[in-house]
Design a protein. Structure first.
Length: 457
């Protein structure tokens, strides 16, 4: 088995060269054995997304779990948030979701958990990797039962949205991912919503655009439809439905760290714990706003497994990360659901006379780049980051190193980190002025390019 498929937050790779039916069976045998030996658990949940390889992988995964003597509740074809909800609803708590999230169509993988806080992360993944590669599995015959969580999940969402009377015209882009099967029915529960759906036919070849709303390029169709029909808001989901993205009524892309401000402004007076979590990719305006509201900003390393676990462990009322994973615990169980989080924004809009863009009035202005991905081989990307840290030390820069390096200047910052989901260095820059932004960007892109060139020579 290819060791490299075990990543910081999950197992992920190309089908069928890295992830295939044989690997799925082995991972199932390992997972079933591991939770019995280490957690004294005899049952888990399994779900799968709409990718073309997911049914075959899920079947072999389940077969492997059953052959370890562990029981399985099969949730079938679901979004990742529906799988999380089903684990809670059935009280199995833990399990495996067959998905590659927003990755290209030929990828697949497994998100898996060992506790109630969220998916396996860091050392949990690597410990499981070593256990799997050792191959000393239990043998038995577990039992499989089935549970369809959709109607329960749909009702649970309806109970946890307090929609106002105002009519909202919304465009919803499912990106042909798994939400295509469910979003129209869920959003149609709310009579004040005038809904236009796009890319809402389930098609895991992703014929219209890549299912990743954190990339502006992927929201062009949504932007055009919002402007065409003069909608109040556009909402997009990723491939497995755990992330959300937004377009405002002017056709402008709304970065998630900006959207988070609208959420925090809305709930701040309703919660007693005013600590809000965000990842290192988020801009300073979010931190500024939390402080203005009398709250405490909590900066965390990037990664859905980490951010979700921290929010749930510390019972922060809200937290999220720049990629579009958002978690509410005020009246929702800390599950990152693109469909629910989209409805939470519609809930805000429906209870105000403000336009979507007006929700962000008064936010401090900074100039920044989107997240930029620089292709770097998996075997050297962490070394590249280490050398950027060395560079910052030589120059006596102030920096945060909880996830890669975030160099902090009085008038801006530079973030350089190794992607944990692909062969990339991810960078982002921000400053008080456009001129200073370009200076910081040019400095660190030059440093990174020099390091990469040195490695190639």
């Amino acid at each position: 088995m290819d060791r490299s498929i075990f990543r910081e937050y999950d197992i992920r790779g190309v089908y069928p060269t890295q992830i295939n039916e044989e690997a799925a069976y082995t991972i199932g045998r390992s997972y079933g054995s591991y939770i019995q030996e280490n957690l004294k658990r005899k049952i888990c949940g399994v779900g799968r997304d709409n990718r073309l390889s997911s049914p075959a992988l899920a079947n072999e995964l389940i077969k492997g779990i059953l052959d370890s003597g562990c029981n399985v509740i099969d949730f079938g074809l679901v979004t990742t948030p529906m799988y999380y909800y089903a684990c809670l609803k059935t009280n199995v708590i833990i399990g495996v979701m067959v998905t590659a999230s927003h990755n290209p169509k030929d990828d697949n993988g497994f998100k898996f958990s060992f506790d109630h806080l969220g998916n396996a992360r860091g050392e949990q993944v690597y410990d499981f990797r070593d256990y799997t590669l050792a191959g000393k599995f239990l043998t038995g015959q577990g039992e499989k039962t089935e549970f369809d969580p959709f109607l329960y999940y749909k009702s649970f969402i309806e109970e946890n949205i307090d929609m106002g009377e105002r009519k909202i015209k919304v465009v919803v882009d499912c990106g042909n991912g798994t939400t295509s099967l469910y979003a129209k029915e869920i959003y149609s529960m709310f009579p004040n919503l005038d809904i236009t759906m796009i890319c809402d036919k389930s098609d895991a070849t992703f014929p219209n655009h890549h299912p990743d709303p954190s990339v502006i390029e992927n929201t062009k169709m949504l932007k055009n439809k919002v402007l065409e029909i003069k909608a109040d808001i556009g909402i997009a989901f990723d491939g497995d439905g755990d992330r959300v993205g937004f377009i405002d009524e002017k056709g402008q892309y709304v970065h998630i760290d900006k959207a988070m401000i609208a959420y925090i402004r809305n709930i701040n007076d309703k919660v007693s714990n005013k600590k809000y979590l965000f990842d290192v990719k988020c801009g300073k305006a979010l931190e500024d706003e939390i402080i203005k509201l009398g709250g405490t900003p909590i900066c965390c390393r990037t990664g859905n497994s980490y951010t979700r676990a921290e929010v749930n462990k510390n019972k922060y009322p809200f937290g999220g990360e720049y990629s579009g994973h958002l978690y509410f615990t005020d009246k929702w169980p800390g599950i990152d659901s693109g469909m629910y989080n989209g409805l939470r924004m519609l809930e805000i809009l429906s209870n105000t006379n403000k336009s979507f863009s007006e929700l962000f009035d008064g936010i401090n202005t900074y100039y920044n780049t989107p997240e930029i991905k620089i292709p770097v081989a998996d075997n050297i990307k962490f070394d590249v980051v280490k050398k950027v840290i060395d560079y910052a030390k030589v120059h006596e820069y102030n920096f945060l190193d909880i996830d890669g390096i975030k160099v902090k200047f009085d008038d801006g910052w530079a973030l350089v980190r190794a992607s944990n989901t692909g062969p990339n260095i991810t960078v982002r820059f921000e400053a008080n002025t456009e001129e200073r932004l370009n200076e910081i960007k040019e400095e660190f892109e030059q440093v990174i390019n020099n390091i990469i060139n040195d490695n190639n020579n």
